[in-house]
Design a protein around this ligand. Structure first.
Ligand code: TEU
Ligand code: CA
Length: 548
């Protein structure tokens, strides 16, 4: 593959940055982040090395699920600005060479969406069949509930309609009926609308639920054919647009959402399998689970790729681990029940889970960024922001961004009562201690490390396009991966344990690999004949590259 071709499939070597406009920067003092504020902060993202911004939902919404409950797919929530502000933001991002994708949440709408209101009010309305209705409440398996403890059924009675409606998520989020062609046409119009304004694609919410077939009669709907049509449609409208799917399933099932061997459905999927393997490996200080995970990672078509992350905006879901493994992770990273959610995950951010150890934190991010695929950073991770457990549920990790040491961390000059969401208030983690501006001016900070890491990652296309191989080590704490592509070789090492280690690996024909250059981390590196020796501190990391 030549270098221009790699730019065609830009998502494979991208640095994604997920943020919520509402918690990023308030520009008008109403306590709510907005597009004008975000636009002012673009230089921070540019400096960090972000190549694609992922916007969490910014559409009009009653905000009962942080915007994942939408009442109008064709505009901007007025609290965040106007469509004009959105376009100005987009233009400013493009000017800095950053693309923008947005959450596409079409598994469900808000209950308040006019479509649902029409659907429930009138059996003859064309909208009646836009949602999934039943006269009787279907049997269901308690294990299939997404929010156990918060919703005890996926079906809720609607008195006006005199029927039950399906909602995979909260009862205020009725599922759309994608088996209805009119719904699929509308989704296409929504996607087309935002592409026309300049988005570079979508993070597609809850894809397995979106594709679910609920009809009791044959509607002729073929879910994967539809996903294929959707990809063809977006790439017809915009050649370089990407579909990044949220498919939280086991590897073989996720693979089906990329399409057949040609890879003609989703371009990317968030890698929940490797994510949970990393959680277990970090908790155990044992690389084993990652090695095991990588062994099961399915092959993808050349244009498709994985998106890797450590923490996202939801709970750290550990649903793929066994009960015993999950309890191990809970014991290390969130022993208190207030830190856990839905019995399957943790509602904390990395720095607190890693007990404030900066070396361990940096190692964890370098480990994640060395996985074959593109890294995704959740806002605040670049400065080592913590959670605020006083904010309920999943929102604990969605406190406002900490820009400076001033009031409300520079996020807003509203009164405390007017703030859309409380700041992190723990003095150890609040803006006085952890903020972007102070870190940008100091070399030994998380921000500087992350900037360095993400830039190195971008400069190593072998991670995105190459062949990878895990390098086996007798020491269980050591993880090492090799990426080879077009005459370039990268070896990334991580010491998951607290004890310093000196490791040696044999690289057959090392002399043919080119000049050795350590590019990330600290510690002595030496090459003698075919033997590469690397000294790693406790929780150390090292990337070495061979360049011809
Ligand atoms: O989350 C989807 C979601 O909660 C499931 O995929 C879950 O991860 C899985 O069932 C079990 O681990 C998305 C968004 O990320 C979330 O913020 C929204 O609240 C939700 O969809 C509803 O739109
Ligand atoms: Ca505002």
């Amino acid at each position: 593959m030549d270098i221009s071709r790699t730019s065609d499939v830009w998502w494979k070597n991208a640095v994604f940055y997920c943020l919520d406009v509402e918690t990023f920067q308030d520009s008008n003092g109403d306590g709510i982040g907005d597009f004008a504020g975000l636009t002012r902060r673009l230089d921070h993202l540019d400096r960090l090395g972000v190549s694609c911004i992922w916007l969490m939902p910014f559409y009009p919404s009653p905000n009962q699920d942080d915007g994942y409950d939408i009442t109008d797919y064709y505009s901007v929530d007025p609290r965040l600005g106007t469509l004009g502000d959105f376009v100005e933001f987009l233009r400013a991002a493009h000017d800095r060479g950053m693309r923008v994708i947005a959450d596409l949440v079409v598994n469900h709408t808000s209950r308040e969406h006019p479509w649902f209101q029409a659907s429930r009010a009138d059996p003859d309305s064309p909208y009646r069949d836009w949602y999934v209705w039943r006269d009787e409440k279907p049997d269901e398996d308690a294990a299939s509930l997404v929010f156990p403890g918060e919703e005890n059924s996926s079906w809720t009675w609607d008195a006006k309609a005199g029927k039950y409606y399906l909602h995979r998520f909260y009862s205020h989020q009725p599922d759309l009926n994608v088996e209805n062609r009119a719904v699929r046409d509308e989704i296409q119009r929504i996607v087309g609308f935002w592409l026309q304004l300049g988005l570079s694609g979508f993070r597609v919410d809850a894809v397995p639920f979106l594709l679910e077939q609920m009809s009791t009669v044959d509607t002729g709907f073929a879910p994967h054919r539809w996903l294929r049509d959707l990809r063809a449609f977006i790439n017809r409208r915009s050649g370089d647009a990407v579909l990044l799917g949220e498919v939280n399933l086991d590897y073989p099932d996720v693979r089906r959402f990329f399409g057949d061997e040609d890879g003609d459905e989703l371009h990317m999927c968030l890698d929940f399998n490797l994510n949970q393997a990393m959680a277990l490996a970090l908790a155990r200080e044992d690389a084993g689970p990652i090695v095991h995970g990588l062994r099961h990672m399915p092959e993808l078509a050349p244009d498709d790729g994985w998106a890797h992350f450590l923490r996202n905006h939801d709970e750290w879901s550990l649903d793929k681990l066994t009960e015993a493994e999950r309890q191990e992770v809970f014991a290390s990273f969130g022993p208190d029940p207030s830190m856990q959610l839905f019995g399957r995950g943790l509602r904390r951010r990395m720095p607190t889970m890693l007990k404030g150890n900066p070396d361990r934190l940096r190692m964890a991010y370098a480990l994640m960024a060395s996985m074959p695929g593109s890294p995704v950073i959740f806002y605040g991770e670049e400065i080592g922001m913590a959670e605020n457990l006083e904010i309920p549920g999943r929102l604990a990790v969605r406190a406002p961004m900490q820009w400076d040491a001033g009031p409300h961390g520079g996020f807003s000059n509203a009164s405390t009562e007017a703030l859309h969401r409380p700041m992190v208030s723990d003095p150890q983690w609040g803006p006085g201690k952890v903020n972007a501006i102070d870190q940008q001016d100091r070399p030994d900070t998380m921000f500087h490390f992350m900037e360095h890491l993400l830039r190195r990652r971008r400069e190593c296309p072998e991670i995105a396009f190459g062949e990878h191989a895990v390098l086996p080590f007798p020491e269980p704490e050591i993880f090492a991966i090799r990426h080879d592509w077009e005459g370039r070789t990268l070896i990334a090492l991580a010491n998951l344990g607290a004890k310093p280690q000196k490791v040696t690996l044999t690289l057959p024909k090392a002399s043919g690999l080119g000049r050795l250059r350590p590019i990330l981390g600290e510690g002595k590196v030496s090459l003698r004949k075919d033997e590469l020796t690397v000294e790693l501190g406790g929780y150390g990391l090292r990337w070495v590259r061979f360049e011809s």
